[in-house]
Design a protein around this ligand. Sequence first.
Ligand code: PLP
Length: 411
Amino acid sequence: MGVAPAGCETDPVPERPHRGDQPTRLTYLDHAATTPLRPAARDAMLPWLGERFGNPSGDHRVARAARQAVDEARDGVADVVGCRPGDVVFTSGGTEADNMAVRGVHAARPGPVLCSAIEHDAVRNPVALVGGTTVAVDTRGVLDLDALDAALTPDLTLLALMSANNEVGVVQPVAEAVELVRRRAPAAAVHTDAVQAAGWLDLRATIAGVDLVAVSSHKVGGPQGVGALIARPGTPLRPLLLGGGQERELRSGTHNVAGIVGMAAALRAAAAERNAQRSRVGALRDRLAEGLLAAIPDAVRTGGGGAPRLPGTLHLCIPGVESEALLFLLDEVGVCASAASACASGAHQASHVLAAMGIGPEVGAGALRLSLGWTSTDADVDHALRVIPAAVDLLRGAEDRRPEPAEAPRA
Ligand code: PLP
């Protein structure tokens, strides 16, 4: 990440020493994994990490102040996503929100559950746990609506379809899927994981049609470890966690006040600059894509094929290189990227998303996800265009083009 664009001030990421004392410019292209904390979020959080430390469930003035902060944050989240404050259930993040949607609805109303074949593991694993099945996507990475139509049964309990995919960034036809479900399985609930979409798409239209929505703070510039499940009134839902009965008995546990306040501030900031960032970051991403495809002509841009993609995501499959080796070399020269979704072990497994799109393991072995975000700059794209083709050449055996670390900016 280079110099922050006007209106997006952030602390510079410290430069990393490289090859002796030579500093390396840091180019962060992994915003889909997590994006830097927005100043507005940090400023909103600070008092709640210091002198304002109350437990919102208490009765005295310190507790009441914390409760008021959580209530105001709830209003803020509801305003941005377009629901009633009472529909917002604060959670520990997107994973918990997705688990709660799938397992909570299934516990309240057992029955068949469906999800797309490209859901994040936070949806896929709970769907598997309750005996659910997946619906195919096409080679663009878009849900196959005919396959959904064929899979729908009147006793369906839940369909989970993400708003946009975390690996290839392809936006999913949520409204069309909802329409099919309402017609063919009117009693079913529809959940959308909007964790990746929340920073880029106006969720109001999505939320108007579905019953449950998962969002995560750290993908929009809020702190890690906090998120929300939006649950429309009347949706059958049981809690995952039992305890003190917070969040209207739906999510027990003392509130993460600073995190909740930070998430609301981040969502507000992201919404305020959404249109400007969509075109600014989209243009950067397009320049990166064109440059890389020109320099590495046999690289394949994954997904999309006319279907809309998130503006920040570029996914490529590069023949003749192993993702892990490429990521290692890129890290050496200060470019942070990823192969697919981040996973706790750091181990790269074959991507179920690419497999669902019909991309075989040989092609998928060279997967590279470059995800830009609110702090991305032209200098990031320039740096990436300098070092990625050289790293690919190096891995393919052309030693003479070993990527050189870019000079660190002086300011
Ligand atoms: N869903 C999607 C689509 C994601 O990309 C992620 C995180 O990568 C999650 C869910 C999990 O969110 P969290 O990291 O807040 O648990």
